[in-house]
Design a protein around this ligand. Structure first.
Ligand code: AMP
Ligand code: MG
Length: 403
């Protein structure tokens, strides 16, 4: 049985070698958050476009700027002012953050390190050449490529595009992710379930996880535990870029998802992973499309999506697969978990001291959505571990949506 790292790498390898060039579309910078860039963005001029002061203070020539020096302040330069005159001997100019440093000045002395009497400025310390100045062109040369294809557009990347006037950005279209739940017991979320029925919460969590991963969910509803119904709805799902199924992949008599996929020509790369929850997770390629059969217990569905489906969506978005958000934390309460499988336990991490502290939450197993709704991470207990004492270092997988 594959470890979760091996299974994840298998997904990355198999999806990676099948991705066709993605369709792209122009998107306004205001609407492009989380999309993947499909073009180069170049600087429209030098950045900064002039030698820029990074402090409020006085523009000086360092040769004159010895401690105790007295310089005559002959004017001021605000951000946005055009500077014409060069600094002359024995003088300084008051300058604001973001303003252009005049010729003849090679440092800005912070206002805090000066005292002033009328138009005479007294320097308290020596100034070093270049101090508090960002030189023209030092952030980017004119026409330099500052954003490259495949980059995910977060707030900083969007600001950089905006800075150089790239208002329309060619972006990859979001991969369309078909979501198909299965199970005779599953009813619509706006229906009143019979005593032994359950509402289709997995389609809701999966759609949310698809959105967070950068995909566009296409919710196909629910298939009954019958080969014909499954086959029909799977075929519909194969029209999209990826198909994600929930349920029907365990050992039960009515777990028919693998058979239905096989009948449609699927090639499987794994159908079990050494994790709990989520062991029966299935990954294959069916008619050229990546297909995931995730176990139906809600927490299993959520964990296996994060581990295996999210990297596929990254790749299909034209980006690299992002690393799992694994972080080291200190165990706040001793743990007694022994298993041959790696465990992903709903847990809460708190940043109280310098090191994050994590506590596993009480839960009733992989059907317990309420426990996960209190969790902000999963505590990852490696396969084979017997006991973990209080204060020991453990790995946690952050829930990207709430942390
Ligand atoms: P399965 O993987 O099909 O054996 O399903 C395991 C359990 O997960 C079922 O008994 C249900 O309790 C639960 N389950 C299956 N599908 C869903 C769904 N779409 N939404 C919420 N829970 C589900
Ligand atoms: Mg089922």
């Amino acid at each position: 049985m594959l470890s979760y790292e091996q299974a994840r790498n298998t997904v990355i390898e198999q999806v990676g070698k099948r991705i066709a060039p993605r369709a792209t579309t122009p998107v306004n910078v205001w609407d492009a958050l989380g999309l993947v860039l499909a073009q180069e963005v170049k600087a429209d001029r030098e950045y900064p476009p002039f030698d820029r002061s990074t402090r409020d203070g006085y523009a000086v020539c360092t040769q004159e700027a010895v401690p105790g020096a007295q310089l005559k302040c002959v004017g001021e330069i605000k951000a946005g002012d055009r500077v014409r005159d060069a600094l002359t001997a024995g003088t300084c100019l008051q300058i604001m953050t973001g303003a252009a440093v005049p010729a003849g000045a090679d440092a800005v002395v912070m206002i805090e390190h000066t005292s002033r009497d009328g138009d005479v400025v007294r320097l308290e310390r020596a100034a070093q050449a270049g101090q508090n100045i960002v030189l023209r062109g030092s952030e980017a040369a004119a026409a330099q490529t500052i954003l490259t294809p495949g980059l995910r557009l977060g707030y900083a990347e969007l600001a950089l595009a905006a800075q150089v006037g790239a208002v329309q950005l060619q972006c990859s279209r979001r991969p369309r992710v078909a979501i198909l739940s299965t199970g005779d017991e599953v009813v619509l979320i706006d229906e009143t379930p019979g005593e032994f029925q359950i509402r289709n919460s997995n389609s809701v969590s999966l759609a949310a996880q698809v959105r967070i991963a950068g995909g566009e969910p296409v919710v196909l509803g629910n298939a009954a535990d019958r080969i014909e119904d499954l086959g029909e709805k799977i075929e519909r799902g194969l029209k999209e870029d990826v198909l994600v199924l929930s349920g029907g992949v365990s050992m039960g008599k009515y777990d028919l998802v693998e058979n239905a996929l096989k009948a449609l020509g699927a090639e499987f790369f794994f159908d079990a992973v050494a994790i709990r929850p989520g062991k029966p997770a299935v990954f294959g390629i069916c008619q050229g499309k990546p297909v995931f059969g995730l176990p139906g217990n809600p927490v299993s569905t959520m964990v296996t999506f994060e581990l295996f489906v999210a990297p596929a969506i990254d790749l299909l978005s034209g980006a690299e697969a992002r690393a799992l958000p694994l972080v080291e934390a200190k165990l706040a309460e001793a743990l007694n978990e022994k298993s041959a499988l790696a465990h992903f336990l709903p847990a809460r991490v708190e940043w109280r001291g310098t090191v994050p502290e994590v506590t596993a939450l009480r839960w009733q197993g992989s059907g317990d959505i309420a426990a996960l709704a209190k969790a902000n991470c999963f505590l990852v207990v490696p396969a084979g571990r017997e006991k973990t004492a209080i204060g020991e270092n453990v790995s946690i997988l952050l829930r990207k949506d709430v942390v």
